[in-house]
Design a protein around this ligand. Structure first.
Ligand code: GAR
Length: 218
């Protein structure tokens, strides 16, 4: 069974979706530890409710960035973690952790990468005026949201959307694709070749347009 470690900074709804999908049997894995950089993160409550060990590790208590991420890597390795999940971890991960878990760190980002990396992906998409928004699960490399893309999901962006309404629509998709990516990893169905991710026995034809073109009258 796959051993997972979760890093989260806040609300932790993605963390919860992983917990729920493990509990239901959809994902064959166990969560060894939650690590948070924020002592006020609601994710801590979720871990407590599910008997998941929690470590609160704050970067400013470490001499420098590298030693912080080296410490995180050690704590994860110590617990036999094989996959690290960034569930709303609001920091750019440092090299010592990436080196220790090459192509074994997954992040969820609330935009269709490579568009709108970094913070506030949903707001960036709205400000740009896109018609299709969405979310991306990707492996983490040294860049900001630049690693190989595993799964993406698209949602329409409406003219009267606010950051909140769009974020809510995207979040529902996050809670679908993140557990799916972890499931596929746990089943050994994900292969990475350079920038490209190959998922065994997977080919989807669906596409989303906004407005839906089949409903458009001329
Ligand atoms: C999610 O929307 C996630 O995609 C985003 O933060 C939110 C965390 O929500 N992550 C990023 O923006 C990373 N750059 P959650 O704490 O409820 O899972």
């Amino acid at each position: 069974m796959l051993t997972v470690g979760v890093l989260a900074s806040g609300r932790g709804s993605n963390f919860q979706s992983i917990i729920d999908n493990i509990k239901s049997g959809y994902i064959n894995a166990k969560i060894a530890v939650l690590i948070t950089d924020n002592p006020k993160a609601y994710a801590i409550e979720r871990a407590r409710n599910n008997n998941i060990e929690t470590l609160v590790l704050i970067p400013k208590n470490f001499p420098d960035r590298d030693s912080y991420y080296r410490h995180l890597a050690d704590e994860l390795k110590k617990r036999g973690v094989e996959l690290v999940i960034l569930a709303g971890f609001m920091r750019v991960v440092g090299k010592p952790l990436i080196d220790a878990f090459r192509e074994k760190i997954m992040n969820i980002h609330p935009a269709l990468l490579p568009s709108f990396p970094g913070l506030h992906g949903q707001r960036q998409a709205l400000d740009y005026g896109v018609k299709i928004a969405g979310c991306t699960v990707h492996f983490v490399d040294e860049g900001v949201d630049t690693g190989p893309i595993i799964i993406q999901s698209a949602v329409p962006a409406y003219e009267d959307d606010t950051e909140d309404t769009l974020s809510e629509r995207i979040l529902k998709e996050e809670h679908g694709i993140f557990p799916l990516a972890v499931k596929l990893f746990a089943e050994g169905r994900i292969k990475v070749k350079g920038r490209k991710v190959f998922i065994e026995s997977q080919r989807e034809e669906a596409v989303i347009t906004n407005p839906p073109h089949q409903k458009f009258s001329r």
